[in-house]
Design a binder for this molecule. Sequence first.
Ligand SMILES: [Zn+2]
Length: 217
Amino acid sequence: MATRCGACENTSTLHEPVTPVTQYATPELINAIAYEGHDPGADPAWAVSGAVSREEYARWCRHACGMACLRMVLTHRDGDAPPLLELLHGVRKAGGYVEQADGSVKGLIYAPFVEYVRDTHRLDAHVRTGMDTAALTQELDAGRMVIASVHKEIRRPERPAPGRGGHLVLVIGHHDGMVHFRNPSGHRPDTVTAHLPAERFAEFFAGRGIVVTPARR
Ligand SMILES: [Zn+2]
């Protein structure tokens, strides 16, 4: 028996609508960014991200998959949400991203992210590890969504999975054996708004993520 989300227009185990959000300002550039060495900082639409400068957008867009997931959850619940970089500013302040001495970025760090979304957005969330497909399905059946760690090559599922984890997608439900999700770095519309057989999804899934309850309070 599925639990109703409250923010949803339907009663199935699939949240709807969930408007897709990509981590890059221009979705049409993602194929070139991912596979042709295109510089994401050269995106003419960078300002829609809410970044204070093109340099800031260029520095952070590759790390913004979790922010795109959060933006989709909040929009599902509230009808709108702050821009990506505004969310990222809050998460950074909370300790969810750490700039290392060598200039690299560590993050998204789940625990501070969870604290931030609880405190700032009143979003019920918790970290979960060791999830298999059954555990993932149980969370979805309870009306939750899962910001799930998958390999970024989940956008090309016709190829063997090169690994598990490292990139975040938003799992919004399941139906007829299919896991439905939104991929912030999908390189085509049908890989941003995507679904895969559960066993295929599992090949990319690291079993960890952040479980969120998008219901209105
Ligand atoms: Zn819902």
